[in-house]
Write a protein that binds this ligand. Structure first.
Ligand code: ATP
Ligand code: MG
Length: 359
């Protein structure tokens, strides 16, 4: 069986370190392993419009930002096709047919959509496009016959929904679509990285992000303002780890090597946690440690980004070529889907012969 990887991001802002641990890191790993037949990364502009219909310029201005972020973290355009969703009209057509295979109540049960409706404060005015975006995500995945989808855990309900659509489609129309499977980060803290304000998810829409292209100064001021333990007022106070965002980030980002280099008093995170819980370690100290670690991660990313910012025409061409290739694949799948659904009237004269046979 072919191994095809697809994943993507909404161009609603620059990418942040939640994206990095949740999905970009798995993409880089898969890219380096090289054990795949095709690898697609989609900039989901059409999906981003489902809750930003009144602000198309926001989506447009973030296309190149997101592409720059990909290249900055080390996505290699020679190994991966980066493409723009709205350029591939076949995806919309697939959604139209898949919508027949999904019920309204099934969409209403989707926990991620439920949470997102709340955070966006839609109340009774949920755009139909937003409500049905899990269907469009099924089109994105199946159009490329992707079976490997590296995502953060908020995307699990979407993969589940896609699997249901694939099964229903194949049962009714024949075996055309491929069942996808998610690739989740192994480290639990990376499944859904909280925001610097302690909110359950770092998210562009919640304004609680450390961006991949934050300068050292921006990074420093964000780390220093991070939510820790409200009961840990004096250095001597016993500290709490649970819900302490700095420790969640240390869980997600620190390695024993970081301890050797920047915090040799402790051999590893478990030891630091124990000491913090006993009291005697100030929040500033652990924040400075985290700052070192994050700056180390972001430095090469900033440098690569700065190269591509100066060669923006290269980025533009990468997107153009990736989109052309993705388009050629989606066309083939749509044709197979329509054939299976008996939607190919003018292809040959079979329709006439069928009519004659029936009469
Ligand atoms: P928006 O608020 O516009 O939805 P977002 O920050 O949620 O933006 P998306 O573009 O929706 O970002 O998500 C892209 C990918 O990044 C998905 O695979 C998602 O699971 C992952 N991801 C996003 N935020 C986090 C996070 N805080 N922790 C881990 N993974 C995340
Ligand atoms: Mg999101």
């Amino acid at each position: 069986m072919k191994k095809i990887i697809l994943t993507g991001d909404r161009p609603t802002g620059k990418l942040h370190i939640g994206h990095y641990v949740g999905s970009l890191k798995s993409r880089l790993m898969l890219q380096e392993q090289g054990d795949y037949d095709d690898f697609f990364i989609m900039i989901a502009d059409a999906q981003a419009l489902t809750d930003n219909a009144d602000n198309p310029q926001k989506i447009r201005s973030n296309i190149l930002n997101v592409a720059l972020d990909y290249l900055a973290v080390g996505i290699d355009p020679n190994k991966v096709h980066i493409f723009i969703q709205s350029e591939i009209s076949e995806l919309t057509e697939l959604s139209f047919y898949y919508a027949n295979l999904v019920t309204v109540s099934r969409l209403q049960r989707n926990p991620t959509v439920k949470t997102e409706i709340k955070t966006r404060d839609f109340k009774e005015s949920i755009p139909v496009g937003f409500f049905t975006y899990p269907i469009s995500q099924a089109s994105d995945i199946t159009a490329f016959k992707a079976n490997i989808v590296p995502v953060g855990d908020d995307q699990l309900p979407m993969i589940e929904q896609t699997r249901e659509i694939v099964k229903t489609f194949n049962r009714i129309y024949g075996d055309v679509l491929v069942l996808p499977k998610e690739v989740l980060p192994e480290n639990e803290a990376c499944l859904r990285l909280p925001g610097i304000d302690g909110n359950a998810k770092m998210s562009k829409s919640l304004n609680n992000c450390i961006y991949l292209n934050d300068s050292y100064e921006q990074l420093k001021s964000k780390v220093m303002s991070m939510y820790t333990d409200p009961l840990h007022l004096k250095v001597e106070d016993k500290g709490h780890i649970e819900g302490n965002t700095v420790f969640t980030y240390l869980d997600a980002f620190s390695t024993p090597d970081d301890f050797k280099k920047y915090y040799p008093e402790f051999a590893n995170l478990d030891e630091l946690k124990k000491a913090y819980q006993q009291g005697g370690i100030g929040d500033v100290k652990i924040k400075k440690f985290l700052l070192q670690i994050l700056d180390n991660l972001l430095k090469p990313i900033r440098e690569r980004r700065s190269y591509y910012e100066k060669h923006i025409d290269e980025v533009y061409n990468i997107l153009k070529e990736g989109t052309m290739y993705a388009h050629s694949i989606a066309k083939i799948t749509l044709k197979e889907v329509k054939d299976a659904m008996k939607l190919n009237y003018f292809e040959d004269e079979k329709l006439i012969n069928e009519y004659i046979d029936e009469h």
